[in-house]
Design a protein around this ligand. Structure first.
Ligand code: SF4
Length: 364
C-alpha cells in the first residue's frame, strides 16, 4: 500500500511525470485502486453565486474587473435561486454543490450572512456544500463550518515561483494562510491548480510539492486546464495537450494517493477517450453543468452518457475521502445518508467518536 508522504521534492515529482506513459498510467492506476473505487466518480455542480467585478488580477480569470471580457456580471444570488439550482443538480446526479463568489476576501455582514443561509439550505438537501469565496479568516471558517459547510475551495493555482507571474494582487503565502484558517475548522480542503498558463514542468511539480507538504493534505485537488478567455492576459495561450493533462492527473494521483483528484476546467476540449484515460489515471471527480463559473463545460446529459459508456457510477454524498481506520469501515465504501462515517480524515488526530460527532453535524 502506497504511503502518504509530505516530503516530495520537485525532482522526484518531475521524474514521475516524465516516466514512459504506460508505466506512469500503470503505477497511477494501481495506487488509485488501492485507495479508491475505480468505477466511482464524484460529481459536483459549480454555481457562480456572484459573478464578475472582482478586484483581483488573476491572469486567467474573466471575472477580474480590470479585464475587458464579455461575461455577464451578477450580484449575490438569492437563497431561493440557489436552492432551486441545488435541487436540479441533485436530480441530475450531483452529490456536491460548490458555490463561487468573485470576491477578494469574505467580508462580515449581510452578504456573508446570505451565504451562510445558502450553506444551511443546501445542507438540508443532504448534499455536500462547498464554497469558494476568496480569502477567509479563522472565525469566518468556523461560522461556515457551523452552517454545515463540507469543503472550502482555495486553489494554489501554480508553484510558489510562478505565482507572481499569474497574480500580483496577493501572494502565495496568503493562499496558504486561508487554507490554514480553514483547517482550524471542521471543513475539508479543496485546493489544486491550473496547467497550461505558460508555466514550466518545474512549476507543475512545484505546485504538487506545496500541496503534498500540507498536513493534512487536501481532501480534494482540482486539476484544471487553462480555458483561455478573450480579454484576459492569457487569451492567446494555446490549449494544453491532452497528454499533459493525463500525465498531471496520474502524477497527482501517485503523490496524493488518498485525495480526490478532480478533473476540472478544460473538459470541453477533451475527447471522451482523453477523459477515460484521466479516470484510469486516477481522476475521480468532475464538475457537472454547462458552465464552470463563467467558462463552458460539457452538459450533464453528455456526462451521464459518458458514465454509462465507461461503466462509471456517480458517488453518493458524504463518502469517505480517507483511508479507513477500521475493518468495518474498509468493508463499507459507501455510507448511506444519515449514517455516520467511521473513518478519520487524512492527518486528523481527533478521536473517532469526535469525528463521528462532527460528521453527523455535517449530515444533519
Ligand atoms: S480567480 Fe477569483 S480572485 Fe482571481 S480574479 Fe477571478 S474571481 Fe477574482
Amino acid at each position: 500500500m502506497s504511503e502518504t508522504r509530505h516530503d516530495w521534492t520537485t525532482a522526484e515529482i518531475m521524474a514521475i511525470y516524465n516516466k514512459p506513459l504506460m508505466e506512469l498510467l500503470y503505477e497511477a492506476a494501481t495506487i488509485h485502486r488501492e485507495h479508491h473505487d475505480p468505477n466511482t466518480v464524484q460529481v459536483s455542480t459549480l454555481l457562480s453565486i456572484k459573478t464578475g467585478g472582482c478586484p483581483e488580477d488573476c491572469g486567467y480569470c474573466p471575472q477580474a474587473a480590470r479585464y475587458h471580457t464579455d461575461i455577464e456580471t451578477n450580484d449575490l444570488m438569492k437563497v431561493s435561486h440557489v436552492k432551486a439550482q441545488a435541487l436540479r443538480a441533485k436530480a441530475s446526479g450531483s452529490s456536491r454543490v460548490c458555490m463561487g463568489a468573485a470576491w477578494r476576501n469574505v467580508k462580515d455582514g449581510p452578504e456573508f450572512d446570505q451565504v451562510l443561509e445558502m450553506v444551511r439550505t443546501i445542507n438540508k438537501l443532504d448534499m455536500e456544500v462547498c464554497c469558494t469565496l476568496g480569502m477567509l479568516t479563522e472565525n469566518q471558517a468556523k461560522r461556515l463550518a457551523e452552517a454545515g459547510l463540507y469543503a472550502y475551495n482555495h486553489n494554489l493555482d501554480t508553484s510558489e515561483d510562478y505565482y507572481k507571474d499569474v497574480i500580483s494582487t496577493r501572494a502565495f503565502e496568503d493562499r496558504l494562510q486561508t487554507i490554514d484558517n480553514v483547517r482550524k475548522s471542521n471543513v475539508t480542503v479543496c485546493s489544486g491548480g491550473i496547467i497550461g498558463m505558460g508555466e514550466r514542468l518545474e512549476d507543475r511539480a512545484g505546485m504538487l510539492v506545496a500541496l503534498t507538504s500540507l498536513n493534512p493534505q487536501p481532501e480534494s485537488v482540482p486539476i484544471n486546464a487553462l480555458v483561455a478567455v478573450e480579454g484576459t492576459p492569457m487569451a492567446e495561450i494555446e490549449p494544453v495537450a491532452i497528454w499533459d493533462m493525463i500525465r498531471m492527473v496520474a502524477t497527482t494521483r501517485i503523490v496524493l494517493p488518498e485525495t480526490q483528484v478532480r478533473l476540472s476546467a478544460g473538459r470541453t476540449e477533451m475527447s471522451r477517450e482523453g477523459q477515460a484515460m484521466c479516470f484510469f489515471a486516477g481522476a475521480n471527480s468532475i464538475f457537472a453543468g454547462d458552465k464552470l463559473l463563467t467558462t463552458p463545460n460539457p452538459d450533464v446529459n453528455e456526462d451521464m452518457e459518458m458514465f454509462k459508456l465507461l461503466g462509471l457510477n456517480p458517488q453518493k454524498p458524504f463518502v469517505k475521502v480517507a483511508q479507513p481506520t477500521t475493518t468495518e469501515a474498509a468493508d463499507s465504501e459507501l455510507v448511506p445518508l444519515g449514517e455516520k462515517p467511521k473513518w478519520t480524515r487524512p492527518g486528523h488526530t481527533i478521536a473517532r467518536n469526535e469525528t463521528a460527532k462532527q460528521d453527523a453535524k455535517l449530515t444533519e
